[in-house]
Design a protein. Structure first.
Length: 209
DNA sequence: CGTTCGATGCACT
DNA sequence: GTGCATCGAACGT
């Protein structure tokens, strides 16, 4: 069953924790892709220096100020679309970044989309557990783009479902790839899961700062 | 094992 | 003009 709108209208850290083990589903004419969320990060309010809302309301971060339960998708490094779930009541700009999935459905479609990336030209197929490993890889594999910005997650073609999935032990750690706000351990992941990002050494160093 | 860096586009100052 | 909530290859030790 699809998670209701109210699921997202709660403290962001609770939402981040509870999103682990849930199923992200994207239905398109070319096929359906789905995966279990195994890694996420919380970005909480204007006081969080790493949150896009830290600079106050702008055109780009407007979705954060809107109602919870919608997607906030933005382009990062000119290359990667990042997908967040907007949380908390409207006016408190917060969201959860979806960082990694364990692929469940549409793996062939995911692999085709990943292979389409220019930098993968001439390289071998992506392993199953790497298809949705990392926020940029995840959106590419799932076919999530800027066109999905502001989409409702509780109905429509991009949805998050609950039900029956055991998440395993959760591990909290500093968020990845940011220069500020690293004192907060607002990244949550299934401990030891193969599809969790941050596997390379430079990431690990930043994590331990 | 470790660190560095290019690709690539746009919001923000 | 600057700086990214990244990815993955290249290179040093």
């Amino acid at each position: 069953m699809i998670l209701p709108r109210d699921f997202y209208d709660r403290p962001t850290l609770d939402v981040a924790r509870d999103l682990i083990g849930k199923l992200l589903v994207h239905r398109l004419p070319e096929g359906t892709a789905a995966g279990i969320i195994v890694e996420a990060e919380a970005y909480i309010g204007e006081e969080d220096p790493a949150c896009h809302a830290a600079v106050g309301p702008t055109e780009r971060n407007a979705p954060l100020y809107g109602p919870p339960g919608r997607a906030y998708v933005y382009l990062n490094y000119g290359l990667h679309d990042m997908m967040n779930a907007v949380t908390e009541c409207a006016g408190h700009p917060s969201a959860v970044l979806i960082r990694a999935l364990e692929p469940v459905e549409g793996l062939a479609l995911m692999r085709r989309r990943r292979a389409r990336a220019p930098w993968r030209k001439g390289r071998g197929p992506v392993a199953d557990h790497d298809l949705c490993r990392g926020p940029g890889n995840l959106t590419r594999a799932m076919g999530i783009t800027l066109a999905d910005n502001l989409r409702t997650l509780w109905r429509g073609q991009l949805t998050i479902h609950g039900g029956g999935v055991s998440a395993g032990d959760l591990a909290w750690s500093p968020r990845i790839g940011i220069r500020v706000g690293t004192e907060h351990h607002w990244r949550v992941a299934v401990a030891g899961h193969r599809s969790v990002s941050g596997g390379n050494s430079s990431r690990r160093k930043r994590e331990n700062d």
